[in-house]
Design a protein around this ligand. Structure first.
Ligand SMILES: [Zn+2]
Ligand SMILES: [Zn+2]
Length: 217
């Protein structure tokens, strides 16, 4: 059984998640901690709960999702798990941040690429990688079938979907990703998004105007 804790970090109000099991092993998802205070909030949670981070997931590499990659990778000795098509986005981090007047160091720590449908083991649990480009070229979701949830990044939000106007974004890819990878999943699926509250796929089928439009066409 996995427990999920969420944090909202940085000026973009990005959701960082920490998932942990009974053995207190933990996964850190999209560490968006930017300020020393945000870093401390995250590391205090980990130390107070005596967690041992063993995996670092990146749903995609927009700046708000990777601000804390270097800090977390260095601190816990973790390898960033992401899709190869996101490398270009990750490499662009200092340049993308400069556009917002923010200075950020490039992430040069270890990286492991994963592919669509790849299974990632975590203790007794497993995640399936779903390649879902559109918001960014190598966006992925991490699907935990047993507990019926995805870590969805910026693919789908409550009542909305991810923007496709950033470099490497593609509206048709986003539509195909939702149609082919997400809509076949059950209504009870919980979607832990990169921004905003957790939602359920059934709820989004009913109320999300973008998804309703997809289903009608
Ligand atoms: Zn994004
Ligand atoms: Zn985001």
């Amino acid at each position: 059984m996995l427990t999920i804790e969420s944090f909202c970090f940085n000026a973009f109000q990005e959701n960082t998640y920490v998932l942990f099991n009974e053995k207190k092993e933990a996964i850190i998802v999209d560490p968006g901690c930017y300020t020393p205070i945000e870093e401390k909030v995250l590391t205090d949670f980990i130390s107070k709960n005596e967690l041992k981070p063993t995996l670092l997931f990146n749903t995609h590499c927009h700046l708000d999702h990777v601000f804390g990659n270097k800090f977390i990778s260095d601190k816990y000795g973790l390898t960033a798990i992401l899709h190869e098509h996101e490398q270009i986005v990750l490499d662009r981090l200092p340049e993308a941040a400069a556009k917002y007047g923010i200075s950020v160091e490039a992430y040069q720590g270890p990286i492991q690429y994963v592919q669509d449908q790849q299974i990632i083991l975590f203790g007794k649990e497993s995640f399936k990688v779903l390649l879902t480009p559109g918001h960014s070229p190598g966006s992925i979701c991490f699907y935990h079938e047993k507990q019926d949830f995805i870590l969805g990044g910026d693919l789908i939000f409550k009542d909305s979907v991810g923007r496709t106007d950033f470099p490497g974004g593609n509206a048709q890819d986003l539509i195909n990703s939702i149609r082919n990878q997400i809509l076949p999943l059950p209504d009870a699926l919980s979607i832990y998004s990169g921004h905003g509250p957790v939602t359920q796929l059934g709820r989004e089928r009913k109320w999300n105007p973008y998804i309703k439009h997809l289903l009608d066409n």
